[in-house]
Structures are given as structure tokens and as C-alpha cells.
Design a protein around this ligand. Structure first.
Ligand code: MF3
Ligand code: CO
Ligand code: CO
Length: 270
């Protein structure tokens, strides 16, 4: 409910406004806590990435890490998704389901963790190297990270979703890699996925303006070729996972970011 000047006297108005402001900052504090936990869980998961470790073992570790810190994994049972994080190896583009697959030296692996702490969601992902990887894999991964940071750098209430997409796409094209168009960032807060959709491609001065004191994610996926994707069903789930048709590699990073009155703050800094 918004206080309407004609309905209340000045004291009541001040009371209502103050209450609204403090509720808002409480929500932001909750988002900060949830995002900090998602970030520390991701750093911890990254230390487990080694040849011979199964993606199920990493998933179980993430599950315990969150539960012992009064949080739950948002992905578990989300539209029937069966695991506590997404782990996408090599030609799996995103939404990879942890399994008995043993990581091998030379694999590129993205771990995407979303936690729910106190009713608020924090969402972050990173691509890790397993053992020794080659220069092309490093270039691809560094490009995905830098592309995410390019997109984040322009965030403010004066900018629109297309501006982020444009910043990312422009950067990636210069590096001669390709953007995956199907997946993008999203609003996040009391729901895992909220409006607006934040594409990793697009035109300047298009799309919705960002709203101050709301959170969004920026999560570009970059691939080596412009291969089409293949979608795969996950049993008993509405979620699909994707692979590249030509089996080329992809890399992804993701942060949850608070839009402030003048700019932004990254809440999931690892
Ligand atoms: N964490 C993913 C994102 O960044 C979504 C995963 S949904 C799942 O939006 F069901 F696949 F887990
Ligand atoms: Co996300
Ligand atoms: Co995510």
C-alpha cells in the first residue's frame, strides 16, 4: 500500500514512509546475507573441483554446506529439478544435473548455486578448470567472466535491459566468441526467477529500465562456435538442460546485483 497524501496527516505519513523504508532495507539486508552465503558456497564448491571427483559429490557438499547454515538449495525440487545445484561439464551449456560422472583433467565445469536464506534467494555461478586446460579453454572462460563484468559495469536505474545485453554482446564479438541467446539473467528476490529478463545480447536504449533497490542477475553464456543448442528432458522435471549440437565448449559466470539509486552493488562477490 502506498501512503496517499490526502488520506493521512503529516505524522502518520512520516510513520508510514519510515516503516516502508526500514522494511525495504531489511529486505536488502536479507538479500545481502543470502547472496553472501551463495558466494561462499560457490568458493567452497570450487575447491572440491579435482580430477576423480564426481559431480554428485560436489552436489552433496553444497547441500550440506547450505543446510548447516540455515539455508536451503533453491534448485532442489524447483520445477522438479532433482539436485542442490547445477553442474554443467564441457558441452553441457547450463542446468547440468549432478551425476556419478567423474571429473577429468581438461574438463571445464560450471557450478551454479542458488540458496534460499530467510525467504530470499542468492544466485551465482562460475566456471572452473579441472586439472590442466588449454589456452583456448582459458580464453573462453576469461571472456565469459569479463563479459559478465562488462554487463554489470553499466547497471543503474538510468539503464535498460537492452543496454546490458548490448555491452555483453559487443565485448564478446570483439573476442570472436558467441553468445548463447536462449539463457539470460533475471530479477531475483523472494522468488528465484522474477521479471525482468536480462538478455546477454541486444540493442542500446531498449527493454525495461532497472528498478532501484531491486536485484537482478547477469549471467552470460559464451560458446566457441555459433552451434545450435540441443535441449534434453530431465525426468520428472519441467527444467531442460542444454548441450551444444557440435559439442563445442561454453563457459558461464553469474552474479546477483542490487540496483541502487545511483548505480549498483554486486552482492555475490566471491
Ligand atoms: N541457477 C540457474 C539460474 O541462474 C537456474 C537453475 S534452475 C534449475 O537462473 F532448475 F535448473 F536448477
Ligand atoms: Co540465475
Ligand atoms: Co544461477
Amino acid at each position: 500500500m502506498t501512503p496517499h497524501s490526502s488520506m493521512y496527516g503529516p505524522l502518520q505519513r512520516r510513520y508510514i514512509e519510515n516503516t516502508m523504508i526500514s522494511q525495504k532495507s531489511n529486505q536488502i539486508r536479507m538479500m545481502e546475507q543470502s547472496c553472501r552465503l551463495a558466494a561462499t558456497a560457490l568458493s567452497w564448491a570450487g575447491t572440491l573441483v579435482k580430477p576423480g571427483v564426481t559431480t554428485d559429490e560436489i552436489d552433496a557438499a553444497v547441500h550440506d554446506y547450505l543446510l548447516t547454515r540455515e539455508a536451503t538449495p533453491s534448485t532442489l525440487n524447483y520445477h522438479g529439478f532433482p539436485k542442490s545445484c547445477c553442474i554443467s561439464v564441457n558441452d553441457v551449456v547450463c542446468h547440468g544435473v549432478p551425476s556419478s560422472y567423474k571429473l577429468q583433467s581438461g574438463d571445464l565445469v560450471n557450478i551454479d548455486i542458488t540458496c534460499n536464506k530467510g525467504g530470499f534467494h542468492g544466485d551465482t555461478s562460475a566456471t572452473f578448470y579441472v586439472g590442466k586446460v588449454n589456452d583456448e579453454q582459458r580464453k573462453l572462460t576469461e571472456c565469459a567472466h569479463a563479459a559478465m563484468m562488462e554487463g554489470i559495469s553499466i547497471l543503474s536505474p538510468k539503464k535498460r535491459t537492452g543496454d546490458v545485453g548490448h555491452a555483453i554482446e559487443n565485448f564478446v564479438k570483439k573476442k570472436n566468441f558467441y553468445i548463447v541467446h536462449e539463457i539470460g539473467g533475471h530479477g531475483i528476490g523472494e522468488n528465484f526467477h522474477e521479471d525482468p529478463f536480462v538478455p546477454s545480447w541486444g540493442k542500446k536504449n531498449t527493454g525495461e529500465f532497472f528498478t532501484p533497490w531491486k536485484c537482478i542477475t547477469v549471467e552470460p553464456i559464451i560458446s566457441e562456435t555459433n552451434s545450435p543448442l540441443v535441449s534434453h528432458l530431465i525426468p520428472n522435471s519441467d527444467i531442460e538442460y542444454f548441450t551444444t549440437l557440435d559439442h563445442c565448449l561454453s563457459a558461464q559466470f553469474e552474479h546477483t546485483i542490487l540496483i541502487t539509486d545511483k548505480g549498483h552493488e554486486v552482492l555475490t562477490a566471491w
